[in-house]
Write a protein that binds this ligand. Structure first.
Ligand code: PEP
Length: 248
C-alpha cells in the first residue's frame, strides 16, 4: 500500500568476503536506486564496518543475527549494541536458516527481538511457512504460533518489519504464485489486526521472501498486502537493483 514505504532487504548471508563486498558496493553506488524504497543489505557481522564504509549512505546495513543480552560470557555471539557500533541499523531475527539449521526456537527469537529493540535497533522479524505446513493446510496455525510468540516481544512496532518466508519456495525452484503470496500476507495482516490492533496492522510493513528475482518481483510488487522483499540469492547479483526498483 502506498502509505507504507516499500522495503527491500538483500541478505548476503555467508556468501561474501571483503572483495565481494567491494564489488557489490561499487555496483550499488553506480546504479540508480529508487529512493522511495527503504533499502537494507544483510551483511556478516565481521564485515559490517567494511560494508558501511563502502555502501552509499542511503543504503542501510543489517546484521543477520545477534544474541539476546548486551554482554557476558557468550563466546561466539555478538550483541545488538556491538553490531550497531559496527554500522548496522537493522538486525534480522528468526531467519529460517537460524530456525532450521541452528535450532532457534520461537521463544529465543522473541527474547532476541525484545532485547534488540530495547538496544535501539530496528528488526526484520521472520516467520516461516514450511512445505509440510502448506501440504497439510496448517499454514495459518503455524504462522499463528510464531506470531503468538513474536507479538508480545515487540515493544515498538514502528521499528519492526515482518518478513514472511515461504520455505518451500526458497532455493527450491518452486515459485509461489502471486495469489498464494497475497493470501498469506493478508492472513498475517489480519492476525495483527485482531491480536495487536488496527493501527499496527495498517502501518507495519510485511515483506515476502522465497526466490524473489528480477523476473518475479514486478508482479509481486503490486500485491495489496506486500510491502517489499527479503532476498537471498538475487542479493548477490544485479537482480537486486531491479528488485529495489520493482515499484517503478
Ligand atoms: C532466504 O533464504 O531468506 C531467501 C529469501 O533466499 P532466496 O531469495 O534465495 O530464496
Amino acid at each position: 500500500a502506498p502509505s507504507r514505504r516499500f522495503f527491500v532487504l538483500g541478505n548476503w548471508k555467508m556468501n561474501v568476503n571483503a572483495s565481494r563486498i567491494e564489488s557489490l558496493s561499487r555496483l550499488l553506488s553506480e546504479v540508480k536506486l529508487d529512493r522511495k524504497t527503504e533499502f537494507v543489505v544483510g551483511c556478516p557481522s565481521c564485515y559490517l564496518s567494511h560494508a558501511r564504509s563502502l555502501l552509499p549512505s542511503h543504503v542501510a546495513v543489517a546484521a543477520q543475527n545477534c544474541y539476546k543480552v548486551a554482554r557476558g560470557n557468550f563466546s561466539g555471539e555478538v550483541s545488538p549494541a556491538m553490531v550497531q557500533e559496527c554500522g548496522a541499523e537493522w538486525i534480522i531475527l528468526g531467519h529460517p536458516e537460524r530456525r532450521t539449521i541452528f535450532g532457534e526456537t520461537d521463544d529465543l527469537i522473541a527474547q532476541k527481538v525484545t532485547h534488540a529493540l530495547s538496544a535501539g535497533a530496528k528488526v526484520v522479524a521472520c516467520v516461516v511457512e514450511r512445505a509440510e505446513d502448506r501440504e497439510s493446510q496448517l499454514t495459518e496455525a503455524a504462522l499463528a504460533r510464531q506470531m503468538q510468540a513474536l507479538a508480545p516481544a515487540v515493544t515498538d512496532w514502528s521499528r519492526v518489519v515482518l518478513a514472511f518466508e515461504a520455505l518451500w519456495a526458497s532455493g527450491t525452484g518452486v515459485l509461489a504464485t502471486p495469489s498464494q503470496v497475497q493470501e498469506v500476507l493478508y492472513m498475517l495482516r489480519e492476525w495483527l489486526r485482531l491480536n495487536v490492533g488496527s493501527h499496527v496492522a495498517e502501518t507495519t510493513r510485511i515483506i515476502y521472501a522465497g526466490s524473489v528475482s528480477a523476473a518475479t518481483c514486478q508482479e509481486l510488487a503490486s500485491l495489496d498486502d506486500l510491502d517489499g522483499f527479503l532476498v537471498g540469492s538475487a542479493a548477490l547479483k544485479p537482480d537486486l537493483v531491479s528488485i529495489v526498483n520493482a515499484r517503478h
